[in-house]
Design a protein around this ligand. Structure first.
Ligand SMILES: Nc1ncnc2c1ncn2[C@@H]1O[C@H](COP(=O)(O)OP(=O)(O)OP(=O)(O)O)[C@@H](O)[C@H]1O
Length: 594
C-alpha cells in the first residue's frame, strides 16, 4: 500500500456508489418506525397549514362580501390553532430526530472505532493518524444534519409537494401549469452542477483530512519543533494547508449556494408570470377566476417552492455526506489481513517453545527485511536478539505476536502454527513490552493493570516491586492512584519504561518480549531489576532486544541479526570465542566503557 502523508491527497472515487446509501440505510433501519411517526406528524401539520389559503380565499370571496364577522372569527381561530399545532409538531420532530440522528452517528462511530481496533499495524504504518481521526470524528459528525433533519424533511416535503400540487390543481389548472414551467429550468441547473459539486466536496474532505493530519503530527512533534526552532516554518505549512482547506470549502459551498438562489429566481419569475397572467385572466369577460382564488393560489406558490428549496438543500447535504460516507465506509471496509482464519482454534496454555521455520518478511513488496530465518527457542530459554540499528530485531518479535503476517515460512509455538490459532488466545498469553512505552491517561494503577483487568491491587504492586518501580510510584503524591497524562508526559522516560515493564509482567505471560525494555533506566536500577527478573523469567520463554550488551550477557542464546538473517548465535562466551560480529560489537562497547 502506498504511504500517505499530510501533503498528499487521498485517491478520490470517480463514480458514486449507490451501495453507500444502502449501507447508510441499514444504520437508519432500526429507527424507521420512529421516523415514519415523525413524518406522519409533520404531514398532519403541513396538511393543516395548507388549509389556511383556503380559509383566506373564503374570507376574501365570501365572508368579507357577506360581512360575516362570525365566519371571519372562526377562520382566524382555526388559523391560530393550526399555527400552535405546527409549532408543537416541529418541536417534537426536533426532539425525536436529534436523538435518532445522534444514535445513528453513535452506531457508525462505534463500528469505525471497533474496526480500527482490529486493523493491523500495517494500516497505521501507511497513513497519518490525523487522517484516521478525522474520519471517526469530523466526517461522522458531518452526517448529523442529514440524519437529524434531511431525511425526514425530504419525505415530508415530497408529500407536501404532492398536497400542494393537488390544492393548486383544485384551485386552477392553468395557473398550476404556468407554475410547473419553472421545474425543467431547475432540473437543468441541477444536472449542470451535480458532478462538479460532488467533486468539490470530495476535494474539501481531502483538504480537511490533510490539515488534520498535519495538526496531529505537529502536536505529537511539538517538542522537536520547539527544540529545532521550526515554529515559523511549521506555521507556514499549516497556513498553506489551512488556506487549501478554506479554498476547497469556499468552492464547495459556492455550488451549494447556487441551488438556493436558483430556486428563488425561478420561483420569483414564475410567481410574476402568475400575477400577470392571473390578473389578465380575471379581467377577461368570460373568466371564472376570482381575486380570492388568485390570492390563495399565490399563497400556495410560495409553499410550492419552499419544499423544493428544502429538497435542493437536502440534495446538497446528500452530496456532502456522500463524500464523507465514501471515506467512512472505506475505513470500515479496510481489510483486516491479520485476523483469525476460519478454522482458527484456541491456543492451548502455552508451554513455551518458539520456532521460526524459514521465515521471510517484508513491510513493502520487493524489500525483504527478513530472509529465511530459522531458530528454535525452547521452553524457559532467554533469547537475546542483538544487531545494528534497523537490522530487523523488532520485526522478529513483532512476528512472534503476529502483528504482521509472514511472507513465507512458519512460526510455531509448541509446534502449532501461530497463523492457525486465534489472535486473542495467542496474545493473551504473551507479555509484550515495546520500545514505545505508551502510557494512557488514568492512574498508574490502571496503566499497570492495562493487560490484566482482573489483577488485584496486591498483584499490581508486586509486579511494580519486581521491576523496581514501586519506590518512585510511592513517592508520587497519590502513589498508585496518581493520575498520569496520555503518553505519560509527567513521567521520566525511565519511569515510563518501568511502568510498561510492570504491565508486561502482570499479564503473567508464558512468553515475554522485551524490546529495549531498560534502555532508559540507570545502570544501578537495572542491576537490581535484573536480579528480580532472573527468578521471574525462569520457566518463561523470553526474547530480549538490547543494545546495552551487559543486560543480555546471561541469556541462554544470543542471536546476532543483520542483513535480513541471523549471522551467528550462541551463548555470550561461545560468541566471544568465535570473534565474529557479536565479539566486535561487544568489544566496541567494552572499549567505549574503558
Ligand atoms: N512499519 C514499517 N514499514 C516499513 N519498513 C519498516 C517498518 N518498520 C520497520 N521497517 C524497516 O524494517 C527494518 C527493520 O526494522 P526494525 O524495527 O525491525 O529494526 P531493529 O533492528 O529493531 O532496529 P532498532 O535497533 O533501531 O530498534 C528497518 O530497515 C526499517 O526501516
Amino acid at each position: 500500500m502506498a504511504r500517505n502523508r499530510y501533503d498528499m491527497d487521498e485517491i478520490l472515487e470517480d463514480s458514486f456508489d449507490v451501495n453507500q446509501l444502502k449501507r447508510l440505510a441499514a444504520y437508519i433501519s432500526p429507527y424507521k418506525k420512529k421516523m415514519a411517526g415523525v413524518i406522519l406528524l409533520m404531514l398532519s401539520s403541513s396538511a393543516s397549514t395548507m388549509m389556511i389559503p383556503i380559509f383566506l380565499q373564503n374570507v376574501m370571496d365570501v365572508s368579507i362580501p357577506d360581512k360575516d364577522m362570525k365566519a371571519i372569527g372562526i377562520y382566524s381561530f382555526l388559523t391560530l390553532l393550526i399555527a400552535l399545532y405546527s409549532a408543537f409538531a416541529l418541536r417534537l420532530k426536533i426532539k425525536i430526530m436529534s436523538v435518532v440522528g445522534q444514535n445513528i452517528i453513535y452506531s457508525i462511530r462505534t463500528d469505525i472505532f471497533k474496526h480500527l481496533q482490529e486493523l493491523p499495524f500495517s494500516y497505521y504504518d501507511d497513513r497519518p493518524h490525523g487522517k484516521i481521526q478525522v474520519r471517526v470524528v469530523n466526517y461522522v459528525n458531518s452526517l448529523s444534519d442529514l440524519l437529524s433533519n434531511g431525511i425526514v424533511n425530504t419525505f415530508t416535503d415530497l408529500c407536501n409537494l404532492i398536497f400542494i400540487l393537488a390544492f393548486m390543481l383544485f384551485l386552477d389548472v392553468k395557473l398550476t401549469l404556468v407554475c410547473l414551467c419553472g421545474l425543467p429550468v431547475l432540473t437543468v441547473v441541477i444536472i449542470f452542477i451535480k458532478k462538479k459539486q460532488r467533486r468539490a466536496w470530495q476535494i474539501q474532505s481531502n483538504k480537511q483530512s490533510n490539515l488534520n493530519a498535519y495538526i496531529a503530527e505537529s502536536i505529537n512533534g511539538i517538542r522537536v519543533t520547539q527544540s529545532f526552532v521550526r515554529e515559523r516554518e511549521n506555521t507556514g505549512i499549516f497556513n498553506f494547508l489551512s488556506k487549501n482547506y478554506q479554498k476547497s470549502w469556499m468552492r464547495a459551498v459556492m455550488f451549494n449556494f447556487t441551488m438556493g438562489p436558483s430556486v428563488d429566481i425561478i420561483s420569483t419569475v414564475t410567481t410574476a408570470f402568475i400575477y400577470i397572467l392571473g390578473v389578465k385572466w380575471i379581467l377577461s369577460p368570460d373568466s371564472t377566476l376570482t381575486v380570492g382564488v388568485l390570492i390563495a393560489f399565490t399563497a400556495y406558490i410560495s409553499r410550492f417552492w419552499a419544499p423544493i428549496n428544502t429538497l435542493a438543500g437536502f440534495y446538497n447535504s446528500l452530496l456532502t455526506a456522500i463524500s464523507y460516507l465514501e471515506r467512512i465506509f472505506e475505513t470500515i471496509d479496510e481489510p483486516v489481513n491479520v485476523k483469525d482464519t476460519k478454522d482458527a482454534v484456541e491456543m492451548p496454555p502455552i508451554d513455551g517453545t518458539v520456532e521460526f521455520q524459514k521465515v521471510s518478511f517484508s513491510y513493502e513488496p520487493d524489500h525483504k527485511i527478513l530472509q529465511d530465518i530459522s531458530f528454535t527457542a525452547k521452553k524457559g530459554e532467554t533469547y537475546a536478539i542483538v544487531g545494528p540499528t534497523g537490522a530487523g530485531k523488532t520485526t522478529i518479535v513483532n512476528l512472534i505476536s503476529r502483528f504482521y503476517n509472514v511472507d513465507s515460512g512458519k512460526i510455531l509455538i509448541d509446534g502449532r502454527d501461530i497463523s492457525k490459532v486465534t489472535l486473542h488466545s495467542l496474545r493473551t498469553q504473551m507479555g509484550i513490552m515495546m520500545q514505545d512505552s505508551f502510557i494512557f491517561s488514568g492512574t498508574i494503577m490502571d496503566n499497570i493493570r492495562y493487560g490484566n483487568h482482573t489483577a488485584t491491587d496486591e498483584e499490581v504492586i508486586e509486579a511494580a516491586k519486581t521491576v523496581c518501580a514501586h519506590d518512585f510510584i510511592m513517592e508520587m503524591e497519590n502513589g498508585y492512584q496518581t493520575q498520569v497524562n496520555e503518553r505519560g508526559s509527567r513521567l521520566s522516560a525511565g519511569q515510563r519504561q518501568l511502568i510498561s515493564f510492570a504491565r508486561a509482567l502482570l499479564a503473567n505471560p508464558k512468553i515475554l518480549i522485551l524490546d529495549e525494555a531498560t534502555s532508559s533506566i540507570d545502570t544501578e536500577t537495572e542491576l537490581i531489576l535484573q536480579k528480580g527478573l532472573n527468578s521471574l523469567l525462569s520457566g518463561r520463554t523470553s526474547f530480549i532486544i538490547a543494545h546495552r550488551l551487559s543486560t543480555i550477557k546471561n541469556a541462554d542464546c544470543i542471536m546476532y541479526v543483520d542483513q535480513g538473517g541471523i549471522l551467528e548465535k550462541g551463548s555470550h562466551e561461545e560468541l566471544l570465542l568465535k570473534k565474529g560480529p557479536y565479539y566486535k560489537l561487544y568489544m566496541s562497547q567494552y572499549e567505549f566503557l574503558k
